[in-house]
Design a protein around this ligand. Structure first.
Ligand code: NAG
Ligand code: NAG
Length: 400
């Protein structure tokens, strides 16, 4: 009993100290409510300036700062949050968003801006909650008509050259182009992300990652018209877990190898993902061009395919319209790719396709416990320039 009470006493002491620290942090912390700074939750008054002025204050703050967005709908134009001139003793900036941000209904207003909401050179920025509605459908319609007069479209939420970023419970709907882009960043933690756009919307990748390291994507639901998650050159130490994809094009490493000098992709884990009605499941795609790029140490684990056109695919001959691919051999070296516990249904008879480079055959591909069927028939596997091994049940029969 004596031991017990001493323990409880210690626990209480630790709790009170924690509480005191928490209180003193709160005492120093500052909150900027965008409504107090002039933002109007009416969905029609342009509130961009109020958000930017909240950012300027938070950025100058030497204590932890919160930008609070109360419930309501806020019309936001192109918004650029630059961290370059934040206080050197900045302790981090947290957005707490209970409201919805909407883009102007005229797509030209942000359509050539590159990004709608852009963060650049920021550190320790967190976003909790929030719905970002870019109202992209009129731009998709423009692109679908044969009109040449459409802007390329903006990424909804972009982070460039930033580190220690948290996105928790963020929802992006109907982006003009990519929904979320992580480019040139370190330590990015995305949890509970929801992406929703039409299955026919063009270039509306859910989460795009490139030139970044230490990116985690957890517990997310992505329904869109292009890749669920796309992984570009120079990505390493990525962890993607518990994601539902579909509709869309699935999870794609690539397109890689467009540039002659290009950083590789390594150490990527994709686990516990369900693909429903997607074009691809686990895809690696490279241009048929010379390059020093590579893909190494990728693990696809516990994937469920529901009527997926290409459940497992490596395509090293990507060359749309047969242009700009002067040499049909991809220079990208693909090695150590493991597919473990992948099961479900293929929407085409070829459920496993390794179409590798003649110049750089895929090596050390591993298939373990793969069971994919096609309309209650035996599906097929196809290999070109692919070397690998199998273990456990493999259906369709391996082609190594
Ligand atoms: C691979 O990436 C994970 C994060 O996804 C990281 O924890 C691990 O340390 C990395 N491994 C190496 C060898 O860098
Ligand atoms: C493979 O999957 C099919 C269809 O889902 C199923 O009927 C079959 O029992 C599975 N085979 C094994 C060995 O698990």
């Amino acid at each position: 009993m004596a031991v017990h009470s001493r323990r409880s006493y210690r626990a209480i002491t630790v709790l009170s100290i924690t509480f005191l620290i928490y209180q003193s942090l709160l005492a120093n912390a500052v909150t900027y409510n965008v409504v107090n700074l002039g933002a109007k939750p009416d969905g029609k008054t342009d509130s961009t300036k109020s958000f930017l002025s909240a950012w300027a204050s938070a950025c100058a703050s030497e204590t932890p700062a919160t930008i609070y967005v109360p419930p309501g709908t806020y019309l936001i134009g192109e918004a650029y949050f630059n961290g370059e001139h934040c206080s050197s003793t900045n302790k981090g900036i947290t957005f707490r968003i209970d409201g919805k941000l909407v883009a102007p209904s005229d797509y030209w207003e942000i359509g050539n801006a590159g990004s709608w909401i852009k963060f650049e050179r920021v550190s320790r920025v967190s976003i909790y909650g929030g719905v970002f509605d870019a109202k992209g459908s009129s731009l998709w319609a423009c692109k679908a008509s044969s009109s040449n007069n459409c802007p390329s479209g903006a990424t909804t939420l972009a982070f460039y050259n930033s580190n220690n970023i948290v996105l928790n419970g963020v929802t992006s709907i109907n982006s003009q182009m990519f929904h979320i882009s992580i480019d040139g960043c370190q330590n990015v933690d995305l949890q509970g992300t929801k992406v929703s756009a039409s299955g026919t919307s063009p270039n509306t990748d859910g989460i795009h990652i490139q030139l970044s390291s230490g990116v985690t994507v957890l517990n997310s639901r992505i329904a869109t018209g292009d890749d669920c998650i796309s992984i570009g050159p120079g990505s390493s130490n990525l962890w993607i877990e518990n994601v539902a994809c579909g509709p869309g094009h699935g999870i794609s490493i690539g397109s890689l190898g467009w540039e002659k000098q290009e950083p590789g992709v390594q150490n990527v884990t994709v686990k516990t993902v369900t693909f429903t009605g997607t074009e691809n499941g686990a895809r690696i795609k490279t241009w048929g061009r010379p390059t020093n790029a590579f893909v190494n140490r990728v693990l696809f684990q516990h994937l469920v395919m529901v009527n997926v056109q290409n459940p497992i695919i490596i395509d090293q001959n990507y060359c749309p319209h047969n242009s700009n691919c002067p040499n049909q051999n991809s220079g990208v070296k693909i090695s150590e790719v493991t597919y473990q516990d992948i099961h479900g249904t293929s929407a085409t008879i070829v459920a496993v396709k390794f179409s590798c480079s003649k110049k750089n055959p895929c090596s050390e591909i591993k298939l373990e416990e793969v069971n994919l069927s096609y309309m209650d028939q035996q599906a097929k596997a196809s290999c070109v320039n692919a070397q690998g091994t199998t273990s456990g049940l493999i259906e369709p029969t391996s082609c190594f």
